[in-house]
Design a protein around this ligand. Structure first.
Ligand code: ADP
Ligand code: MG
Ligand code: MG
Length: 251
């Protein structure tokens, strides 16, 4: 089954065309890494998939598990099993992580016609996922991302992913700002939560090092708003040793 199929997608931000005929397909069971130089449109792609206001699709189509994704509201996309991890996670003063995560989970359960978890059930689940990401439970009692280090924000986001248990995750530079140990914990967390024959991942990253932990099935290079090359994991290694310019010239 195809989890995500993007066909000839074009999109504008602030009247400027950023995505320029982007096509990509991720079958169930695969982790597909997207690499590419700064400004290529990687974050724009993740925002467009999430339905962020201001990111206007001007052409093409996106199908998510057989449904027209672009026709769905952002909360419907989440309810259908799409998770987005952001390059720059937002702070939410006044709302604790526990409140935020429980609300997010229960609203998704509700949209699928399932019963919400009780407080006790939720805490048990949250503890299990926090342990998986080696994040202290005290962090989850604090306000969302307020005063968190870069690494703590990313771990908290992966705890959220573990709790929501999505069918598909788009992860935008989840490795940015992580030291080597945190990178391993986060990478192993992604494997534990998302490596499953019924799931899929679009893993956006600048660097090879996360890909040594979360080993991708496919690697694509995004440049100037389109996919210019797709290959196996060796393509990421080649990029790391030769740089984008050399690899794209050879394409
Ligand atoms: P990447 O994540 O690959 O580094 P982005 O998707 O963040 O790239 O940005 C792609 C291009 O879109 C860049 O040239 C950037 O300057 C431009 N861009 C991003 N956001 C906006 C915006 N709000 N208004 C105008 N241009 C934008
Ligand atoms: Mg960037
Ligand atoms: Mg980006």
């Amino acid at each position: 089954m195809t989890m995500l199929k993007i066909d000839n997608l074009t999109a504008e931000v602030g009247g400027t065309q950023i995505l320029d005929g982007l096509s990509l397909e991720v079958p169930a069971g695969e982790v597909h890494a997207i690499m590419g130089p700064n400004g290529a449109g990687k974050s724009t792609l993740s925002y467009v998939l999430g339905g962020r206001p201001g990111y206007e699709v001007t052409g093409g189509s996106v199908t998510f598990r057989g449904q027209d994704l672009l026709d769905m509201e952002p909360h419907e996309r989440a309810g259908a099993g799409l998770f987005l991890g952001f390059q720059y996670p937002v702070e939410i003063p006044g709302v604790s992580n526990v409140q935020f995560l429980r609300e997010a989970l229960n609203s998704q359960l509700k949209s699928r016609g399932e019963e919400p978890l009780t407080g006790g059930e939720f805490l048990k689940l949250a503890k299990e996922k926090a342990a998986l990401l080696k994040l202290d439970m005290d962090m989850l009692k604090r306000h969302v991302n307020v005063g968190f280090s870069g690494g703590e924000k990313k771990r908290a986001e992966m705890v959220q992913m573990g709790i929501l248990d999505p069918a598909f995750a788009v992860l935008d530079e989840t490795d940015s700002g992580l030291d080597i140990d945190a990178l391993r914990v986060v990478g192993e967390g992604i494997n534990a939560i998302m490596r499953n024959p019924d799931k899929g991942v679009l893993l956006i990253t600048h660097y090879q090092r996360l890909l040594e932990v979360v080993r991708p099935d496919r690697v694509s290079i995004l440049s100037k708003g389109r996919i210019v090359r797709t290959g196996g994991p060796e393509l990421a290694q080649q990029l790391e040793s030769e740089g984008y310019d050399a690899v794209m010239e050879a394409a």
